[in-house]
Write a protein that binds this ligand. Structure first.
Ligand code: HAM
Length: 437
């Protein structure tokens, strides 16, 4: 996770993590885990089951699915060659590995729909910048079914929206489009190629190269010189066949019914080759300095041909992924990250050799009673230990000295009022629970 503290400049002898890959430090783990737990609980409610696929897959899996001409496969793969000259890749996204696993493990035999989710790290060789890392984490969910029912598009969009909503990110707009199916997309491709052909000389080098192979990607282009052409380019929805139009209309009807805020975006094509019909992104606005920028916290879409193309039975599917680091970035900007104070944990203060010796047993007693306890076992002075208790915000300090150790008791001090009371150890758990409510 990018660290807010200024990084020290890398000198020849400085140890540094690899560019674009960050440590998640202890103080950052709490929010990371909270996001994962919220997502797990919500996906569990919608009956998604967790699947963990390997971080390493065969390189050609991504070429066949994400697409030879996608940015990911063209420029962003971390690849490794084994001693026996096989080429593997660190996964840049979850979807191809999950589809591979679905086929390999005969999940088509399960009662449909098969709903799977994953959480974990991914790797893309990108130019690191705000919200763009080389190692990042996603919450990813997929629905494999036997029919391409638009209700699943709506359910996956709802799940992504609610995960963000539960984290108090309230201004999400669902940017949505349909890019058609195998029947209607060829006509749209032709129209796009015709349109761009006469403007080819004025396009950026990437667009020139992509025009014959993947013209839809031209709509994704961010380069200044291509923007005016993009605005007048033919739009997908005008080329959709009857079934695709119906499908898209039904998806939007579901979103209306759910009162989810969406915005039709004719230019949304997404950078991955496997999509068909519905594509969407979750957009929020964030301000870097004065300027407001739109930020995609996640995205996804339908991919009805992917399982078939990998050698499985034709299996319509739809999925989404949310970027955990991007979510954290937005929460941080909006001061929505709770401070990491241990709530309701008592603080154990030990004084003298005997108390120190017995303090680990006392901690165990509290653990068995499900009472959180913080200690500073290496510190000897009473004042130093009470200062720590104060700093971490413990409501009660358990002062365990020579006398108490001999008498099997503890002096319990209320950190707010300073009132103290001696309690026999046998009654300690009950008394603490009462005091902490
Ligand atoms: P994606 O749009 O490539 O889709 O990634 C989804 C989200 O992952 C992005 O919106 C962003 O939040 C986060 N993300 C992507 N790249 C980076 C990066 N370099 N650094 C930080 N965060 C990043 C997919 O990955 C598809 N597999 C989603 C999907 C699932 N489609 C169907 N099923």
């Amino acid at each position: 996770m990018p660290n807010n503290k200024k990084e020290k400049p890398a000198g020849p002898n400085r140890l540094q993590s690899v560019k674009g890959m960050h440590d998640v430090l202890p103080e950052q783990v709490a929010i990371f885990e909270k996001i994962c737990k919220n997502a797990k609980d919500l996906l569990d409610f919608y009956n998604f089951q967790r699947i963990t696929t390997p971080i390493v897959e065969r390189l050609d899996l991504y070429a066949r699915t994400t697409g030879e001409t996608s940015d990911i496969v063209e420029k962003q793969m971390f690849t490794l060659k084994t001693r026996s000259s096989e080429t593997f890749a660190l996964r840049p996204e979850f979807t191809p590995g999950i589809a591979r696993s679905y086929i390999q493990n005969n999940m088509d035999q399960l009662s449909p729909p098969v709903k799977l989710f994953s959480i974990g790290p991914l790797f893309r060789y990108e130019q690191p910048q705000a919200g763009r890392l080389r190692q990042f984490n996603q919450i990813n969910a997929e629905i494999f079914s036997v029919e391409n029912d638009p209700i699943y598009d709506a359910q996956i969009i709802l799940a992504g929206y609610q995960i963000l909503n539960d984290l108090k990110i309230k201004d999400i707009i669902i940017s949505i489009n349909s890019i058609g199916c195998k029947n209607c997309r060829p006509n749209y491709r032709k129209a796009l190629i015709n349109y761009y052909k006469s403007r080819e000389k004025q396009l950026c080098e990437d667009c020139k190269r992509r025009l014959p192979t993947n013209p839809l990607r031209l709509l994704d282009c961010k380069s200044e010189q291509c923007q005016p052409f993009k605005e007048r380019a033919p739009i997908t929805v005008e080329y959709l066949c009857g079934p695709c139009k119906k499908h898209f209309k039904e998806v939007l009807d579901y979103l209306d019914h759910l009162k989810l805020p969406y915005m039709l975006n004719n230019f949304l094509v997404r950078g991955l080759d496997y999509y068909s019909k519905t594509v969407f992104e979750f957009i929020t606005e964030t301000s870097e300095t004065e300027k407001k920028i739109s930020f995609a916290l996640g995205g996804g879409g339908r991919y009805d041909y992917l399982v078939d193309e990998l050698g499985g039975k034709p299996t319509p599917a739809v999925g989404l992924a949310l970027g955990i680091e991007r979510i954290i970035e937005v929460l941080r900007h909006r001061n929505l990250i709770p401070t990491n104070r241990p709530k309701g944990k008592v603080f154990l203060v030990h004084i003298g050799e005997l108390a120190k010796k017995q303090s680990l047993c006392l901690v165990e007693l509290l653990r068995m009673a499900h009472i959180g306890v913080i200690e500073s076992l290496g510190k000897e002075s009473l004042a130093a230990q009470l200062r720590v208790a104060d700093r971490v915000g413990s409501p009660l300090a358990l002062i365990y000295g020579q006398k108490e150790a001999h008498e099997d008791s503890v002096l319990v001090r209320d950190m707010k009022t300073g009132a103290q009371e001696t309690i026999p150890i046998a009654k300690l758990p009950e008394m603490i629970k009462k005091r902490l409510g």
